[in-house]
Design a protein around this ligand. Structure first.
Ligand SMILES: [Zn+2]
Ligand SMILES: [Zn+2]
Length: 96
């Protein structure tokens, strides 16, 4: 089996998400010994950050109780960090 990015390389790994064959240069090791291709790792990371943000805002909501609908500085910070992550990923993928 050949790597999906490098036809000359032998694939030693398979992406846990899209099941594409990957060589040593293309594989990214995730948690629990999972292997990902770059694209799936990006999606995996973003979804993880998303769930962390949701957890964080939920906790803030619990603490504040009735003030749930108000936009505190924490929420602005979370959105800002999400935007920064997005920009970072765009830079990684499109500026090579
Ligand atoms: Zn993949
Ligand atoms: Zn490769």
């Amino acid at each position: 089996m050949q790597c999906k990015n490098h036809p000359n390389h032998q694939a030693e790994f398979i992406c846990s998400s899209c099941l594409e064959p990957l060589c040593r240069n293309c594989v990214i090791e995730g948690e629990q010994g999972k292997s990902f291709c770059r694209l799936c790792y990006m999606c995996y990371t973003v979804s993880k950050v998303d769930s962390l943000i949701k957890e964080g805002t939920d906790r803030v909501g619990e603490k504040k109780g009735q003030e749930k609908e108000q936009w505190g500085p924490f929420r602005y910070f979370m959105i800002l960090s999400q935007v920064l992550i997005l920009i970072m990923l765009i830079v990684i993928f499109f500026v090579r």
